[in-house]
Design a protein. Sequence first.
Length: 140
Amino acid sequence: MGYVCQKRDAWAKIVANLDGQNDVDCFTSVGPVVDKDLGETDRFNTGGSVTYDVVRVVKIVDRPSQGTLLVSWSDARRCVYLEQIWKLRVANKRGRCVLSGREIQIGSTVFMPFCRPRPLNAGAMIIEEAAPKFFHASKA
């Protein structure tokens, strides 16, 4: 798994350099789910199991336990994780749920990517209450 993450990191750095960005991880502690140069109107939810924005598709693939999700994360400009493990944690920063778009406060219970080395989407969060809705919708 580490080898795959390292390959993706190298590709993300190349793309970031082409975009003129200094940092390959564009997630911020506060702000919209979409990249900073896109508006909220560019992001939409199909009402089902998948959330789309202009360059990112996120889907809950499985829920092996109450505290674990397997997430499919595809970001055309940065990384692809087909069955990335996300663990239940307490948010230590503010943010926004990548599935529902709901604001996340410090202290909220959220799922976050769990991988070593640190994945490119490490700043992403899924609020705990959104997980059952989006997981069951993907099974329908």
